[in-house]
Design a protein around this ligand. Structure first.
Ligand code: SDX
Length: 426
């Protein structure tokens, strides 16, 4: 055993191997702990526990580093497209031009959804949240495409089908929620432009596809594409470990992302900023409430389990907001409020001591508003961006010959053996 940690318990010392990652991170391999010591570990929220070894995404929360397959996210945002980044995450390498063209053709070939799926939308109550609809519709895809996902070829087909159809389903849910005619995907449009067209084109007012918005949407989805073992990715891995089909595993990821502490934060940030604006723009009151331990109010879009510095994605998102709003000549008072709030928070001792900085969700909603995306679809936008990440993480676990069913243990603190008392004696 090259490197190891020692644990001494009740006078006995045990050696546990220490494994080192390619970036020098170290982990104690506790897979033999219970067998050796009879002990398990306890780590609510898994803040100190690694669930897997992965080669997909590297984060350094102290230095604010994010890389997909080794490539800095800043470089991908500047030079790549969302479909190219999706290919990189899923296949592990950047595609050649020919591979990317073939991938784009496959995405377009799979962009339609079965007509029968439109009927499902009719039966959701009008006020249904698009994330609940999306999670159900993605699960329903399995009923239309029941192919086994055991052979490489079928898996690849399922992957491109999901990447393309989830985007179509999202745009469809928006159109149907507005009572408008569904706009079909167009074979001549690339992935992001196709989505904007499906969202905003209409028989009475043809949609002009702004190249700046297409670029902004590519960047938005690249920034969201993966983020190692976050809550929703862990949900995909855990659900997938039971060998359920990929649609069901992704549907679980969508449900996990919906929460306001996770992907739902982008919607919660805009609601928070709108409330502050409506109540007279009193930012200091928001800061005061955020610091009050007795107040459940949180500064949405601030703080992160891993980043203890500025989220590198938030930096890029903030710049994109300025650029887009200027290009489209939009004045969004919420952007000014967000910048002011950030300024106050970053100079506040409490936020500095708790290492609370803006995360990806703080500015993303401002950008989505500028694109015309309705607030209740913000987390759907996050989900479409995160889909290649979820798929790559699911594939990595499925390709692992030692793929194990995820089943954590617990420490039982309930009643010891108790006698059953018949009801007439209670
Ligand atoms: C995403 O994991 C990922 O990678 C996620 C994500 C991805 O790409 O997948 O990056 C996307 O989910 C980003 C996070 C979006 N969520 C929000 O913006 C919601 C607001 N943020 C918080 O709820 C919180 O910061 C979390 C949930 C994000 C992280 O919380 P942790 O790591 O569990 O830390 P914590 O809640 O224990 O907070 C530590 C301290 C606490 O003080 P104490 O109770 O210990 O005294 O910091 C305080 C908290 O009170 N704190 C905040 C705060 N976040 C933490 N105080 C005020 N406002 C906040 N936003």
């Amino acid at each position: 055993m090259d490197d190891y940690a020692e644990i001494t318990y009740k006078g006995k010392t045990y050696k546990l191997p220490v494994v080192e990652g390619s970036e020098g991170e170290k982990a104690i391999d506790i897979s033999t702990l219970r067998q050796k010591t009879g002990l398990i570990t306890l780590d609510p929220g898994f803040a100190n526990t690694g669930s897997c070894i992965s080669s997909i995404t590297y984060l350094d929360g102290e230095k604010g580093i994010l890389r997909y397959r080794g490539i800095p996210v800043e470089d991908l945002a500047r030079h790549s497209t969302f479909t190219e980044t999706a290919y990189l995450l899923i296949n592990g390498v950047l595609p050649t031009r020919e591979e990317l063209n073939r991938f784009s053709v496959l995405l377009n070939d799979n962009s339609l959804v079965h007509e029968d799926m439109q009927i499902f939308y009719q039966n959701f109550p009008r006020a249904s949240h698009p994330m609940g609809i999306l999670s159900s519709m993605v699960n329903a895809l399995r009923s239309f495409y029941p192919e086994l996902q055991t052979v490489e070829e079928e898996i690849n087909k399922t992957v491109t089908r999901l990447l393309s159809k989830m985007r179509t389903l999202a745009a469809m849910s928006y159109k149907i929620s507005m009572g408008h005619k569904v706009i079909y995907p167009r074979y001549d449009l690339p992935y992001c432009a196709n989505f904007l067209n499906m969202m905003f084109d209409s028989p009475v007012k043809p949609y002009h596809i702004h190249k700046e918005l297409v670029k902004a949407l590519n960047v938005f989805w690249i920034l969201h594409a993966d983020h190692e073992q976050n809550c929703s990715t862990s949900a995909v891995r855990v659900v997938g470990s039971g060998r359920v089909n990929l649609y069901a595993a992704i549907s679980a990821g969508i449900a996990a992302l919906w929460g306001p502490l996770h992907g739902g934060a982008n919607q919660a940030v805009i609601e928070m900023l709108s409330d502050i604006e409506k109540s007279g723009g009193n930012l200091n009151n928001a800061i005061k409430r955020a610091k009050d331990k007795n107040d459940p109010f949180r500064l949405m879009g601030f703080g992160h389990r891993i980043y203890k510095t500025y989220d590198p994605r938030a930096k890029i998102m903030k710049k994109m907001c300025d650029k887009i709003l200027k290009k489209l000549k939009i004045k969004d008072p919420l952007l000014d409020l967000a910048k002011e709030l950030e300024d106050i928070a970053l100079n506040d001792d409490y936020f500095k001591e708790c290492n609370l900085y803006p995360n990806i969700d703080f500015y993303s909603g401002i950008m989505l508003r500028a694109m015309g995306i309705p607030t209740n679809m913000f987390t759907v936008m996050f989900a479409i961006g995160r889909l290649p990440g979820w798929i790559s993480q699911w594939k990595e676990s499925a390709d692992d010959p030692a793929w194990k069913l995820s089943r954590p243990r617990q420490l039982y603190m309930g009643p010891t053996k108790t006698e059953f008392i018949p009801i007439d004696k209670r």
